[in-house]
Ligand binder design. Structure first.
Ligand code: SUG
Length: 438
């Protein structure tokens, strides 16, 4: 049976607020503040525990090796690893911050996935996102791709798309919907650079191009009638919707979205209804119910919509619970819709302050029983791995981190020791380039 496995990104020990993501209002707003890596990782683990206890298959992807020394060396800095950190701190602090970011925690941006039942060749397809729109995120795909190959040995792994014309942000801009009548892979893009008449955001960058989404659909061997490419409304990108998952979430027959999410939201809903049939349930929030600004501030649509034995359950950020209008929307969904059975509010403040809510922290991978059996045990979340990971975080993670702390080479050494220890304890084998070099 096809079931989703949730792969959450384990928050890395260098989690910090460097204000690196223009267009992501939380990142800009919290840039320069003190971060709490240990609390951040424990909040992420608490979410994994919660989802696991709901009866959902939960796994994790380990953090990437940060700071990434190869990126700093590639800029011409020379000397020992310690020399490089010191030189970068003195001459290129922004580059050091980019190389140190723990941004791989947001695994909704790790890759786009197609399940084997949807692709023409019957394979699970994985395309790691190139994340070319942001310098710090563009440093992720190589290591992420290697981790995904370890996590999903059953899949066909494509190379990240190449070049700025194919800017790709992964599953954050992709939703798979299905009913008895059909399957739709809804790809949302921010700009169509092949069409000079297409509208584009004026203030903030559009991170995903139409050409990238179309290329992924081809690589994943999805038949045309299973693919819908739709444009995000440029105004909402300018209001801080840097990924479509800040304003829409869907699964199975349900799509929760805002009326201003897409260039023509009515047309998107009509096309989806045509393909998915009468059981499709679009739940469209109007401006009068919740403004786009409030959707961005609360991250209502960045909730997880989980398929549990009790039905669809929402995992919302605690920010939604504290906001009267957002909370009223959720209460209305539970009261009126046939598909939302309940809601749980979780505190994910450390990730939220960088613009990452519950849905950013997970990559959904629909797998058959046989495919699921190939996921390494060390990456699966159960009581044993949870206890291991909680103790590991308590042992290795700094309590606080500021931009100044990134200048200390000790952070790199401790982080590497921590990752090596994780590989040993979780029986993952050597996963990182620095382990091969050693
Ligand atoms: O790419 N923030 C991430 C947040 C990603 C959220 N993911 C989804 N919506 N799926 C980003 O903007 C901030 C890092 C900093 O400023 O230190 C950052 O990278």
């Amino acid at each position: 049976m096809l079931r989703e496995m949730q792969f959450d990104g384990l928050v890395g020990p260098t989690h910090n607020y460097a204000g690196l993501s223009t267009g992501n209002v939380a990142s800009t707003h919290h840039g320069g503040q003190v971060a709490h890596p240990r609390i951040a990782a424990m909040q992420g683990l608490a979410k994994m525990r919660f989802v696991h206890e709901l009866g959902v298959d939960q796994a994790f992807l380990p953090p990437l090796d940060r700071p990434i020394l190869t990126a700093l060396r590639d800029t011409g800095l020379t000397g020992t690893d310690d020399d490089i950190i010191t030189a970068a701190a003195n001459t290129a602090p922004l580059m050091l911050a980019q190389a140190s970011s723990a941004s791989s925690m947001w695994t909704a941006n790790a890759a786009t996935i197609a399940p084997s039942c949807d692709s023409n060749d019957g394979a699970v397809h994985v395309t790691p996102a190139n994340l070319l729109s942001k310098a710090h995120r563009a440093l992720e795909p190589m290591q992420t791709s290697a981790l995904l190959k370890t996590a999903l040995p059953c899949a066909t792994h494509h190379r990240p798309l190449a070049g700025m014309a194919l800017r790709d942000e992964g599953a954050a801009n992709h939703t798979r919907l299905h009913t008895d009548q059909g399957v739709v892979h809804l790809f949302a893009y921010g700009t169509d650079e092949d069409d000079s008449t297409a509208p584009a955001p004026q203030k903030f960058p559009a991170r995903q191009t139409r050409a990238a989404s179309a290329t992924i659909a081809r690589h994943h061997q999805l038949a045309d009638d299973r693919v819908l490419l739709v444009q995000q409304h440029p105004d909402v990108i300018d209001a801080g919707v840097f990924h479509n998952d800040v304003i829409s979430v869907g699964t199975g027959r349900v799509l929760l979205t805002h009326e201003r999410a897409f260039l023509d939201t009515d047309a998107v809903i009509t096309m989806l209804a045509d393909r998915l049939g009468p059981t499709f349930e679009p739940l469209v929030v109007t401006d009068a119910m919740l403004s786009v600004d409030d959707a961005v501030q609360t991250y209502l649509f960045n909730s997880q919509l989980l398929d549990t034995p009790e039905g669809h359950v929402l995992i919302c950020p605690a920010d939604v619970e504290r906001h009267a209008a957002a909370r009223a929307v959720v209460d209305g969904w539970i009261a009126d819709s046939s598909s939302i059975a309940g809601v749980h509010y979780l505190d994910l403040r450390e990730s939220m302050h960088n613009g990452g809510g519950p849905a950013c922290l997970r990559l959904r991978v629909p797998l058959t029983d046989a495919e699921r059996a190939t996921v390494p045990n060390g990456l699966r979340i159960n009581e044993d791995t949870l206890q291991l990971l909680e103790a590991w975080v308590q042992r290795w993670y700094p309590e606080t981190l500021t931009a100044d702390d990134l200048a200390d080479p000790a952070l790199m050494h401790t982080s590497r020791e921590a990752l090596a220890d994780l590989c040993t304890q979780a029986h993952l084998g050597p996963l990182y380039p620095f382990q091969q070099e050693a």
